[in-house]
Design a protein around this ligand. Structure first.
Ligand code: PLP
Length: 385
C-alpha cells in the first residue's frame, strides 16, 4: 500500500469536507518543528486533539453565539463536565438552580463533591428569592451555573442582576440548550461561557448526539486542554451533520417559535388543561423576563392536567401523532409525561423539590409536523375535548 496519497488537488469546497482520520502525518522533521513545536504552520497531529471538520463547525458556532471561540464535544453532558473539570478544584463553592437538567444536577451532587467541590442549589422559581440567596453566597462562590429556560417549567433568570451581584472573578456558565440563537444570545448578558446540548435545536434532526461550549478565548483554551486530555470528541461525520444543520437553525427556530406559541395559546384556553408553562404567555410567572431576554420562546410547551399520574398517562396514550420520547428540537413532535418518563425515579419529596406535578406533560413541537394536525390530535385526546 502506498504510504502517502497525492495531496488534495483543491481546497475550495464550500461545505467543509468530512475529515475522518485518526492521525495526521508530517513530511519531515522541519514540518514537525513548524507544525507541532512552533505551531507556525497549521498541521494536524492526532484525532483526539483536532479535526478540520470540527474547526469549521466551531467557527460557525462562534459566529452564531457571538463568541471568541467554541469547542465541540461528544455530547452536551461532555461539554458540561469538561467545563466544570477545567475550572473547579477541591474547596471551590458553586451554585446551580434546583431546576437544572437532571443529569447536570447529578454531576453537581454525585460527582463533583467526590473531588471536594461544595454545591449550593437554589430554586429559580422565585427570581427575587434566588437573587437574595445568591447575594448571601456571592463572596464565596467560584462558579455559578445557570440554565434557561429550565425544563419542564421554562423558568428564566435575570442574568443582568446575577452578574451585578457577583464579582467579575466569578465564572458564570449557562446552559442554553432550550434557547439557542436567534432566540437568545447568552454572551450578550455577562455570561462567560454558554453551553449547549447540540443534540437538540443546534443539530435539529434528532440524528446526532453532540455538545458545545462557546465564550471568551482564554477560557475556552483552558477547557481545550481538558478535552484534549480526556477525549470526549466527535467524529468528522457527526461534525459535518452539525455543520449542515447550523445553516437552517434560524429557519427552524422561526417555525418552532410560531408552533410553540400556537400550541400554548390553544392549551391555555382549553378547559381540560389546568396550567400552561410557556414564556410567551403572559400567564407564565417569568413572562416579563422572557420579554427582556428572549426573541422567541421555542417549541417546547409544558402543561398540567390536574389529574393523577394514571389518568394523565391515559390522555398521553390517546395521542396519535407525537412520538412518546424525551428530546426536543427534532423534526418530529415528541411528548412525555414528566413524572412517568424523565423523573420516574423521583419519589414525592424529590418531585416536590423541583416542583413537578404528576400531571405534567411536555410537548416538544417538531418543525416538520403540521401544527393544525397536532392541535386536532390534542383536541381529540384532552379531557373535555
Ligand atoms: N442540558 C439540557 C437542558 C438537556 O436537556 C440535556 C439533555 O437532555 C443536556 C444538557 C445534555 O445533553 P446531551 O444529551 O447532548 O448530553
Amino acid at each position: 500500500m502506498t504510504r502517502k496519497r497525492a495531496s488534495e488537488v483543491y481546497t475550495n469546497s464550500i461545505a467543509a469536507p468530512v475529515y475522518q482520520s485518526a492521525s495526521y502525518y508530517f513530511d519531515d522533521a522541519a514540518h514537525v518543528k513548524a507544525g507541532l513545536h512552533e505551531r507556525s504552520a497549521p498541521a494536524g497531529r492526532y484525532g483526539r486533539y483536532s479535526n478540520p471538520t470540527w474547526v469549521a463547525v466551531e467557527e460557525l458556532l462562534s459566529e452564531l453565539t457571538e463568541a471568541e471561540s467554541s469547542l465541540l464535544f461528544s455530547s452536551g453532558m461532555a461539554a458540561h463536565v469538561t467545563t466544570f473539570l477545567a475550572f473547579l478544584q477541591a474547596g471551590d463553592e458553586v451554585v446551580l438552580p434546583a431546576e437544572s437538567y437532571r443529569q447536570v444536577r447529578n454531576v453537581f451532587h454525585r460527582i463533583l463533591p467526590k473531588f471536594g467541590v461544595v454545591v449550593h442549589e437554589i430554586s429559580i422559581s422565585d427570581p427575587r428569592a434566588f437573587l437574595d440567596r445568591l447575594g448571601e453566597l456571592a463572596e464565596r462562590v467560584k462558579l455559578v451555573h445557570l440554565e434557561m429556560p429550565s425544563s419542564p417549567h421554562m423558568f428564566l433568570i435575570d442574568i443582568k442582576k446575577v452578574r451585578a451581584i457577583l464579582g467579575p472573578d466569578v465564572l458564570v456558565t449557562l446552559d442554553s440548550s432550550f434557547s439557542p440563537p436567534p432566540n437568545f444570545y447568552a454572551l450578550r448578558w455577562g455570561v462567560d461561557l454558554v453551553l449547549f446540548s447540540a443534540t437538540k435545536y443546534l443539530s435539529g434532526h434528532g440524528d446526532i448526539v453532540a455538545g458545545v461550549v462557546s465564550g471568551r478565548a482564554d477560557l475556552v483554551e483552558q477547557i481545550r486542554w481538558y478535552r484534549d486530555t480526556t477525549g470526549p470528541v466527535v467524529d468528522g461525520h457527526t461534525a459535518a451533520l452539525l455543520q449542515r444543520s447550523l445553516y437552517t437553525l434560524p429557519l427552524r427556530m422561526e417555525r418552532v417559535n410560531s408552533y410553540g406559541m400556537e400550541a400554548a395559546c390553544y392549551l391555555d384556553a382549553h378547559p381540560g388543561v389546568s396550567r400552561v408553562y410557556y414564556t410567551g404567555l403572559p400567564s407564565h410567572q417569568h413572562y416579563k423576563l422572557g420579554m427582556e431576554y428572549l426573541a422567541g420562546h421555542g417549541g417546547v410547551v409544558t402543561f398540567e392536567l390536574g389529574l393523577n399520574e394514571a389518568d394523565t398517562a391515559k390522555v398521553i396514550d390517546r395521542l396519535r401523532l407525537p412520538f412518546m420520547a424525551s428530546n426536543f428540537g427534532a423534526p418530529q413532535t415528541l411528548v412525555e409525561q414528566s413524572t412517568f418518563f424523565t423523573y420516574f425515579e423521583y419519589d414525592d419529596a424529590g418531585l416536590q423539590s423541583i416542583g413537578v406535578d404528576r400531571s405534567t406533560v411536555r410537548l416538544a413541537l417538531g418543525y416538520a409536523d403540521d401544527i393544525v394536525r397536532i392541535i386536532e390530535d390534542l383536541d381529540r385526546s384532552l379531557p373535555g375535548g
